[in-house]
Design a protein around this ligand. Structure first.
Ligand code: FUL
Length: 605
């Protein structure tokens, strides 16, 4: 008996030790001990976790890039550094409009090209004359980074900076220590004078300096400068917190390991490691078992998908009609955010210094579509943590029998990325039918499926590294997106329930209280008319008596020249039965808007 007791205690002790071991996490980096077996490597890989900064960054999901600078005025994508600052003269620079638009579109951080490869600085750097101080904008007295900072503060938007290491204007470029000092000085200005910075983006593009010498960057020094001045910032691309997905087309990987064997380019040893593993940012598999077997180190180095809403990164007039369609943008969204990545979508402000109407209209459509699709999760209790071992399944009831075509899975990555293979089944006519499968999950995996009507799902974790922590299972119905060129869904409410209670200002009783996501003004037949609306105030009400003003002195920008539907997103989604729009035409007289020219996207409250 005593022997049995001792044996049991010993076994318990071993189990405890094992549990203890499994609780040990490695933050951001782990080196495998010499001679580690594949099983030991897999065990360690499962316990590699992000830093708090990397985790917070991943949770942003949607971030925006704003390429703006001397190229905006030259039709070029890469300036050569010889541009005359005199050409830089935005006529209507409006930081508020940039950030308000991004906020309305659901973005959580904006990254600005403080300096692109041409070396022209959007802030009055003390260390060069090639800055906005030498431009006619605000007579050389302006500071764009400061105005952008203030707008970010106003709209609670995180602030990031793109500072191109490659500088085609700096004379010292290629004279490594001198240029490195110059770069650190500029970095210090940006990271000291503009409040909190959450992402520092160092482009990988590089070229020979004017004297033919190659610039050897002092990445260690750049890195410590960031850590010292902005400890909450992640360092992207030529950094070791955020990895470039490997293309600029907005396409992620269906198998996306944040715990990856790809060594970040800024370490001296990285080129050798990546060469011996025969991998680069573009490789298909950066963290599977085959790769673990060959590797000695592993990095928490999650992927960022950067892509422009237009063909170019900078604004060009001729691309005004080439803004990506909603279906294209949604495809990008599903293959970035839905593939365990953060989307960094570039919206290049135009020559005026404003986000162009075509881009903002598309962004609002994008936001409404995402809102509409993902505000109706059909899975019950999907966010109850499920600790799944390989082979485990779990059934999830739907709120009702309904058509679905998207399933979202999430792992609690603060405990590591672990799922290696999963299957999704739906109960159809009493039998389980496989409707989807995949490999990695990570922070978020969206699986698009052929439409199926069901009231129950079964998720199986076929392969897992240790125990997977499934933090969310959700299902949605995403409406098919029709021809993008002509059709935009901007009203989803039956108009026969509506009653016009006043024509001036136009006031509509929607028939019942609704949760309003957006309001659209679509000039009849897409035509500009003298009496059309330009400036407006928008109100909502529950009783038609007390009004809540949701937009004040706003404008349907450029609607006279481009009379396409303009959508006003209402991120707070007010619940209201009445809407009222007070509008004036382009010369300030009362505008005429008919009920058929407005629409709302709304759900039941
Ligand atoms: C590239 C740059 O060369 C492009 O101009 C752009 O800034 C893009 C985000 O990164 O490497």
């Amino acid at each position: 008996m005593k022997k049995l007791f001792l044996l049991c205690s010993f076994a318990c002790c071993l189990l405890n030790l094992q549990a203890q071991k499994n609780k040990d996490y490695f933050v951001k980096h782990v080196e495998f001990p010499a001679g580690a077996t594949l099983d030991e490597k897999v065990d360690m890989a499962a316990r590699l976790v992000p830093t708090p900064q990397q985790l917070a960054w991943q949770q942003l999901e949607l971030t925006a890039f704003l390429h703006f600078g001397i190229n905006t005025y030259t039709e070029r994508e890469w300036g050569d550094g010889k541009e005359d600052p005199a050409i830089f003269n935005p006529t209507d620079f409006d930081a508020d409009q940039w950030i308000r638009t991004l906020k309305d579109a659901g973005f959580k951080m904006a990254i600005f090209t403080a300096k692109h490869h041409d070396g022209f600085c959007l802030w009055p750097s003390k260390y060069t004359n090639h800055t906005i101080a030498a431009s006619p904008w605000k007579n050389g007295k302006g500071d764009m980074m400061k105005e952008l900072r203030e707008a970010c503060d106003k709209y609670d938007m995180k602030f990031g900076v793109y500072l191109s290491p490659w500088d085609r204007n700096a004379q010292s470029y290629g004279d490594s220590p001198v240029y490195n000092q110059y770069f650190v000085d500029q970095l210090t200005e940006l990271l000291t004078n503009y409040g909190e910075v959450h992402e520092v983006w160092f482009d990988g593009a590089n070229a020979e300096g004017p004297n033919g010498k190659k610039q050897e960057y002092d990445w260690d020094r750049f890195y410590t400068t960031i850590q010292k001045l902005q400890p909450n910032a992640v360092m992207a691309i030529m950094g070791d917190d955020v990895r470039w997905v490997g293309n600029e087309s907005g396409i992620g990987r269906p198998t996306e390991w944040s715990a990856t064997v790809l060594a970040p380019g800024i370490y001296g040893r990285s080129a050798g490691i990546n060469k011996s593993l025969k991998i680069n940012n573009n490789s298909k598999d950066l963290g599977g078992r085959d790769m673990l077997a060959k590797a000695n180190e592993l990095f928490w180095y999650p992927s960022e998908v950067d892509v422009s809403i237009r063909p170019g990164w900078f604004y060009h007039d001729h691309e005004d009609d080439k803004v990506k369609s909603l279906s294209h943008l949604m495809n990008i969204y599903f293959e970035s955010v839905g593939y365990n990545s953060v989307l960094l979508l570039n919206i290049p402000p135009d020559k005026r210094g404003r986000i162009h109407e075509n881009d903002s209209t598309r962004l609002m459509e994008f936001a409404s579509y995402i809102d509409k699709t993902f505000s109706n999760n059909l899975v019950k209790k999907g966010n109850k943590l499920w600790k799944a071992n390989a082979g485990n399944s779990k059934e999830y009831a739907l709120t009702s029998k309904a058509p679905i075509n998207v399933v979202v899975l999430q792992e609690d990555i603060s405990k590591g990325q672990r799922v290696e293979k999963f299957t999704i089944e739906a109960l159809v006519d009493g039998t389980w039918k496989e409707i989807g499968n995949g490999t990695t999950v990570g922070y978020k995996r969206m699986v698009r499926l052929p439409q199926v009507t069901t009231n129950k799902l079964r998720v199986t974790i076929n392969n897992s590294r240790l125990t997977s922590n499934i933090s969310n299972v959700a299902a949605y119905y995403a409406e098919p997106i029709a021809d993008q060129k002509v059709q935009t869904v901007w009203n989803n409410q039956p108009r026969n329930n509506w009653k016009v209670t006043s024509t001036s200002p136009l006031t509509i009783d929607l028939g019942a209280p609704l949760k309003i996501q957006s309001f659209t003004y679509a000039p009849a037949n897409g035509e500009a008319k003298p009496e059309m609306a330009y400036r407006y105030n928008l109100y909502v009400s529950n009783d038609g008596v007390e009004w809540n003003q949701v937009r004040k002195n706003a404008e349907f920008s450029n609607i006279m020249h481009n009379p396409i539907p303009q959508t006003i997103n209402l991120p707070k989604k007010p619940v209201a039965r009445y809407i009222k729009i007070e509008a004036t035409n382009p010369i300030g007289a009362p505008a005429v808007i008919t009920v058929d020219e407005v629409g709302v996207m709304a759900t039941q409250p």
